[in-house]
Design a protein around this ligand. Structure first.
Ligand code: ASP
Length: 331
């Protein structure tokens, strides 16, 4: 509906630049966090704050009236799908939701991802895609003339989750530079860990990676961290990081990525954040989690004011509103 190759009727990107609010995101696919620099991140976070203000004051706006988003989810999702839908609706746009039942679409008849995307772009202005294969969002984008947003490609990346994670850290603690961030859990298959780690390389942070041996951060990513000159350490034990961490980024062991379920059973309960553990943490730290949790943060931690994971959930909607507005050229 809004081909990447056509000149837009109004050049919103240009208007942004004139107003000093350039974003460079108009008409772009969002496939990996590699495409964000610090200016773009600042732009998205400023717009996210504006979206939050707007929602708190009036609930919704008609900025994206007349625009249609297709939510195409080949893997389960609660927060990503519903926050994209809520974001689009609060901006006055509409949604084609293929989030509960790809099995009821022509995918079950053997239709390829390319053909599905080529079809859905006839009806919509942006496609949000979750798919179990690494690189699927890129493959979809190569076949689409409208922007494709990667909502998780297997164990690859989850760029919009990383944006909301980073936004949450900055919003809760007021800064990013100088923080010590501990990532805990499944660092191997956790796509949110991969995306957030790469975004954090733009800042003066120290990183601590806590995981069982078989779930360590992939070597290529660890090399990127080292090449960026970041202060980094790996350990198997939360006790080694709890006292100094400003952020605990806790993650679920990704059962669905294991070919050997016995191996999953061995590591699934490797870490647990309990009130006892929290007693040793700083007063002004936060605990966040991309969710869902399956035991790695005890429910009794929820009443601790440092437990920020449900505030993080709400931020997801504001950040996705900002991103959709930018991609669809409505600054
Ligand atoms: N919801 C996040 C994801 O889709 C985290 C998780 O599933 O553990 O990657």
């Amino acid at each position: 509906m809004n081909p990447k190759t056509l000149e837009p009727l109004f050049n919103y990107d240009h208007m942004d630049r004139k107003n000093g609010r350039s974003n460079g995101l108009t008409g772009q696919d969002i496939l990996s966090v590699d495409q964000f620099d610090v200016d773009t991140l600042d732009y998205i976070f400023t717009r996210s704050c504006e979206m939050r203000e707007m929602v708190r004051r009036v609930g919704s706006t008609d900025l994206l009236r007349g625009n249609v988003l297709t939510a195409l989810f080949y893997e389960p999702s609660t927060r990503t799908s519903s926050s994209f839908i809520a974001a689009m609706e609060r901006l006055g746009g509409n949604v084609i939701p293929i989030t509960q039942g790809v099995q009821y679409s022509s995918v079950s008849k053997g239709e390829t991802l390319a053909d599905t995307v080529r079809t859905l772009e006839q009806y919509s202005d942006v496609i949000v895609l979750r798919h179990p294969e690494i690189g699927s969002a890129k493959a979809a984008a190569d076949n689409a003339t409208i922007p494709v947003i990667n909502a998780g490609d297997g164990a690859g990346e989850h760029p919009t989750q990383a944006l909301l994670d980073l936004f949450t850290i900055r919003d809760e603690l007021g800064r990013l530079d100088g923080l010590q961030i501990a990532m805990i859990g499944d660092l191997r298959y956790g796509r949110t860990v991969h995306s957030l780690t790469k975004l954090l390389l733009h800042y003066d942070v120290s990183l601590r990676f806590v995981s069982p041996e078989i779930l360590r951060l992939p070597l290529t990513l660890m090399n990127e961290v080292i090449d960026a000159g970041i202060d980094v350490r790996e350990t198997h034990d939360v006790a080694d990081v709890i006292e100094k961490a400003d952020v605990l980024y806790v993650t679920r062991v990704q059962k669905e990525r294991f070919s050997d379920l016995a191996q999953y059973e061995e590591v699934k309960d490797a870490h647990a954040i309990t009130p006892e553990v929290m007693k040793r943490a700083k007063e002004d730290m936060i605990v966040i989690h991309p969710l869902p949790r399956v035991g790695e943060i005890h429910y009794s931690v929820d009443k601790d004011p440092r437990a920020a994971y449900f505030r993080q959930v709400q931020n997801g909607m504001f950040v996705r509103m900002a991103l959709l507005a930018a991609v669809l050229g409505k600054a």
